[in-house]
Design a binder for this molecule. Structure first.
Ligand code: IMP
Ligand code: MG
Length: 169
């Protein structure tokens, strides 16, 4: 499969994103909310790249299942462990595709009283957006291609690849 983003490229970009976030959140203690399972490698590397005190939590929502197109349906599968009252949230996503997942999550999390909500996504596919969602920190903007690796799956496989590759490409 064709390598779209090498491990070195991904890691270099995450270091930049971490510096930008640390500068923006100076004097605050951000609370990172990672979206299982795809965002796990990114969440780990991004958190280490942010030179600030911070806390982490995870949430899981239903995803594509076996298909490569979004059903448009989003369901909460695993909730957070901690409350969000007064916290400065950073929602950490692997990829923003149609935007439906993020739109659902932002509304859900905003209702729990955080002080602020920002979004960090490693990848964005703007060509496929169905709802407009603001992404504050984008790693890479990519074309309308289905990609796997570095947390991203097809039918639960390929999450362990170090690079991001085009599925079937
Ligand atoms: P959205 O709700 O359409 O924005 O989709 C978000 C979720 O769909 C992501 O968190 C991924 O789990 C999955 N997804 C979207 N595009 C891809 C892709 O190219 N490869 C793997 N998963 C994807
Ligand atoms: Mg996902």
């Amino acid at each position: 499969m064709k390598v779209l983003l090498s491990s070195d490229q991904i890691q270099a970009r995450i270091l930049e994103m971490g510096k930008e976030i640390a500068a923006d959140f100076q004097g605050h203690e951000p609370h990172l909310v990672g979206v299982l399972k795809g965002a796990c490698p990114f969440m780990t590397d991004l958190a280490q790249a942010i030179d600030l005190p911070l806390t982490l939590d995870y949430i899981a929502v239903s995803s594509y299942g076996k298909a490569t197109k979004s059903s448009g349906e989003v369901k909460l599968v695993k909730d957070l462990d901690q409350g969000l009252d007064g916290r400065d949230l950073i929602v950490v996503e692997d990829i923003v595709d149609t935007g439906l997942t993020l739109n659902y999550l932002i509304n859900l999390l905003k209702a729990r009283g955080p002080r602020s909500v920002k979004v960090a996504a490693l990848l964005s596919k703007p060509a496929r957006r169905l709802v407009s969602v603001h992404v504050d920190y984008v790693g890479f903007t990519i074309e309308d291609e289905f990609v796997v690796g570095y947390g991203l799956d097809y039918n639960e496989r390929y999450r362990n690849l170090k690079d991001i590759v085009v599925y079937g490409g």
